[in-house]
Design a protein around this ligand. Structure first.
Ligand code: PRT
Ligand code: ZN
Length: 285
């Protein structure tokens, strides 16, 4: 039977979320002890566990059909592969940081500096666009210690909370790239693999949409119904159900996470009562 081969990180920051994404898509997997590869129990999929840096090459070669990898790795490696979907986890930014004591006015202050990074291609591309001439030193790990040991004047590395920079006496001055995990694919998938990938993408989009939305139920005095409904989006429009108490109705709707608190405050101010908020597992439109 034809299977779709998906490459995910063997261990590290993207591992847990990648496994959870498959689980949220109702794909069951048994992870063996050696954790090199495994087969999904209820979906035509084989899972390969790899180092994240190797995933773009495997995708270009077609050893894996699709893979989950940080956009930062994917763009740095410059392989011929295609991004199919952003996944909303593994969020970080690739930034330039300088010692706190350095007075930094603008990007021209980087001219003539030595910069340590594991992302030489992206840094070079950024500097070329900004007409900055700097010396790029490629190093593979612990980039943040480079200025402290005299290896470089500044660094370019991934940042999420900023605490690593802070602990190493550095400050973030320029952001080169906003990154998150993406699902990428080989450029020339066979027809069965394409069909399976589309099925997976359909599930991933339903899961992503559900994560960004909440199901909301509220009781509304009938005389306020019209006004309150004007504040509620819903997928098509809110549902209204009569209550045993004929003076009130129950209103059901779906609200985007980003607008949620603003909408709830308005509803409350307009007289909505007993507001219940529930997570949504999947949204299929
Ligand atoms: O073993 P393998 O090669 O597979 O893994 P790895 O060690 O190369 O990568 P890993 O697991 O550290 O990261 C995998 C991916 O997670 C990255 O390619 C990014 O897409 C994403 N990601 C998200 C991050 C971070 N956030 C992150 N904060 N990757 C690394 N960091 C590091 C950063 O390099 C720095 O050392 O965390 C430190 C900064 O974190 P803060 O919170 O102190 O700012
Ligand atoms: Zn890596």
């Amino acid at each position: 039977m034809d299977k779709l081969k998906i490459a995910i990180q063997k261990s590290g920051r993207l591992y847990e979320d990648s496994i959870k994404l498959l689980k949220d898509c109702s794909i069951e997997i048994n992870i063996g002890i050696d954790k090199l590869k495994t087969t999904a129990l209820n979906f035509p999929m084989e899972i390969l566990f790899l180092r994240d840096d190797d995933i773009p090459q495997y995708l270009e070669d077609g050893v894996a059909d699709i893979g989950i990898v940080g956009k930062n790795v994917l763009l740095e490696k410059r392989k011929k592969i295609q991004i199919k979907e952003t996944l909303g986890f593994g969020k970080c930014r690739l930034s330039i940081a300088v010692p706190k004591s350095l007075i930094y006015k603008n990007i021209n202050d980087l001219n003539g500096k030595r910069i340590a990074t594991s992302y030489p291609f992206l840094v070079r591309e950024f500097f070329e666009k900004k007409y900055i001439k700097a010396e790029i030193h490629e190093i593979s790990g612990a980039v943040e210690i480079a200025p402290g040991i005299g290896l470089a004047d500044c660094i370019c590395d991934l940042v999420s909370s900023g605490s690593t920079l802070f602990m190493n006496g550095l400050k973030e001055v320029e952001t080169i790239l906003q990154s998150e995990a993406v699902l990428a694919s080989h450029l020339h998938l066979g027809s069965p693999q394409n069909i399976i990938m589309d099925k997976l993408l359909f599930r991933i989009r339903a899961v992503k949409k559900a994560k960004n939305n909440k199901y909301i139920l509220l009781n509304v005095p009938n005389e306020r119904l019209e006004k309150i409904i004007s504040y509620l989006p819903g997928i098509k429009s809110p549902a209204i159900l009569p209550l045993a108490n004929s003076e009130c109705s129950s209103v059901h709707s779906v609200v985007n996470e980003n607008d949620f608190w603003g909408i709830v405050e308005n509803l409350k101010a307009l007289g909505a009562q007993d507001i219940l908020v529930l997570p949504i597992e999947k949204i299929i439109l």
